[in-house]
Design a binder for this molecule. Structure first.
Ligand code: ADP
Length: 473
């Protein structure tokens, strides 16, 4: 057993606490037993003393002296000792019926004063008489009043041998029973804890088998509904999440290599063809232009990937603050409009309301450019692009509508996936990287915005982004 294990530590605590409880219980048991034994002895002593008092008060001095002597002799056999003291003139004490054994139980000198002001209540004391018994002798000091003056003190005593023997017996029982109970219940606790902790061991073992290569492994909770079952379920869920993100990472890295490889293959091809034989100046220029185009694409992919990883890992600190969304939109429109005009596209700015949202203007710029870029890219010359920003159901609604090629309905759910392109075979300069909309989606998420895309092939596409309006914090 490992000393640092929960099982060992719990058992240690259990034994410690149980040990303390047993000790406290033993202490109370022993003392209450002792008290009840002494109480019953005190009771007997009291009754005897009372009997003697009756005799003293009832009959003449000579008679009671004789009677008490007889009683004393009777009691001597049953180990009771009687002694009667007389208090002369209120302070001198004289043993009128002496007892050898109780000789020492005369009030100590200092108690004489107390004696003179003694209450009616009797007192008890333990007297040591080693020659008679190793155990003390219990004695009652019983004052007898005559005409409101304490005149006699009756002393009745008995050795506590039996009491102490009984107490010793009890001590032995407790001394054996205590550790016995402790060992037995610790053993029980050890077994029960073992049963409770064994499933944790199987979780540990299963967890050891799980590697990034083999994330398919799951732990069987065997229908348990307790804390361990919950732990196993949570663990399995965690592995499932891990599995899907590892799969996504694998997929993503293979996509990245594929996407980077295409422009590189094109560059290599162009260069190889150009170098195969002497070419005209124009042909070299064409090849270089193509290489330049692909290099730009590579740069664009890498730039987008870096941006996505910045957003994902929050490496850049974004400043979310009250932003005039309409201003950001107007600024971007001015920049992009020229691009569209080059392609003979008609820009219609339907309505721009002065709305504020809680956002980061750099991110918002990127979202707007990516969406308008797509509208330009996928709308043939002569088409229309309509832009509007207005309030809709307490939200700032940014709408970008184009009359472009549209997106097939069955592919709509995938357009936000990284590297997804409807037309993968496309190789012209409009061929995108498939990252633009994933960036838009992440930016929208960061702003708490929702995106809706309606599209009809050959009719056009409408992208609507619903941003929460700025509210005072
Ligand atoms: P890309 O860089 O390829 O444009 P995006 O992530 O921006 O990547 O878009 C993913 C795909 O969704 C595009 O390849 C395109 O097929 C389709 N798409 C996006 N916007 C539009 C649009 N306005 N009209 C038609 N198709 C679009």
């Amino acid at each position: 057993m490992k000393f640092k294990s929960i099982r060992f530590r719990l058992i240690l605590w259990y034994v410690l606490i149980l040990g303390i409880i047993i000790l406290i219980a033993d202490f109370f048991l022993y003392n209450s037993f002792k008290k009840s034994l002494i109480d019953s002895i005190d009771n007997t002593l009291y009754m005897l003393a009372e009997e003697v008092e009756h005799t003293i008060l009832k009959v003449s001095a000579n008679t009671w002296r004789r009677e008490i002597k007889n009683v004393r002799d009777e009691f001597l056999t049953s180990r009771f000792f009687i002694q009667v003291l007389e208090i002369k003139k209120g302070k001198e004490i004289q043993r009128i019926i002496p007892s050898e054994v109780l000789a020492g139980s005369v009030y100590p000198e200092s108690k004489k004063d107390i004696l003179l002001t003694l209450r009616e209540t009797p007192e008890y004391l333990d007297l040591a008489n080693k020659s008679l018994s190793i155990h003390p002798i219990r004695v009652i000091l019983f004052p007898v009043e005559k005409e409101h003056v304490i005149t006699y003190i009756i002393q009745v005593g008995t050795p506590l041998t039996k009491t102490y023997q009984a107490l010793e017996g009890l001590s032995i029982i407790l001394l054996i029973a205590g550790p016995f109970m402790l060992i037995l219940s610790s053993l029980g606790g050890f077994l029960i804890l073992g049963r409770a902790i064994n499933p944790v061991k199987s979780v540990v073992q299963a967890a050891r088998q799980i590697t990034t290569e083999d994330l398919a492994h799951r732990i069987d909770s065997k229908g348990r509904e307790d804390e361990i079952g919950e732990l196993i379920q949570t663990f399995n869920q965690m592995i499932s999440r891990l599995q899907s993100s590892v799969e996504r990472i694998k997929e993503f890295s293979s996509d990245v290599s594929h996407e980077l490889k295409t422009p590189l293959t094109i560059i290599r091809g162009e260069v190889e063809v150009a170098l195969r034989k002497e070419r005209e100046k124009d042909q070299y220029k064409e090849a270089l232009l193509s290489v330049h185009e692909e290099a730009k694409r590579l740069e664009n992919i890498i730039d987008n990937l870096l941006f996505l990883s910045h957003i994902d890992f929050q490496e850049t600190q974004f400043t979310f603050e009250k932003t005039p969304f309409y201003e950001v939109l107007i600024n971007e429109l001015q920049k992009i409009q020229q691009l569209g005009e080059k392609k003979n596209l008609k820009f219609i700015v339907k309505e721009i309301e002065a709305l504020y949202i809680n956002g980061d203007s750099q991110l918002l710029k990127r979202l707007i450019t990516n969406l308008i870029d797509n509208a330009i890219k996928y709308t043939p010359p002569g088409g229309e692009i309509e832009i509007s920003l207005h309030k809709h159901n307490h939200r700032a609604l940014l709408e970008i509508r184009d009359t472009g090629i549209g997106i097939p309905k069955d592919l709509l759910p995938f357009i936000f996936d990284r590297f997804f392109r409807v037309d993968k075979s496309r190789v012209d300069e409009n061929r995108g990287s498939g990252l633009g909309l994933s960036i838009v989606k992440r930016i929208a998420e960061l702003h708490g915005a929702k995106i809706k895309v309606d599209s009809q092939p050959n009719r056009g596409t409408r992208v609507s982004v619903f941003f929460p309006l700025y509210t005072l914090p």
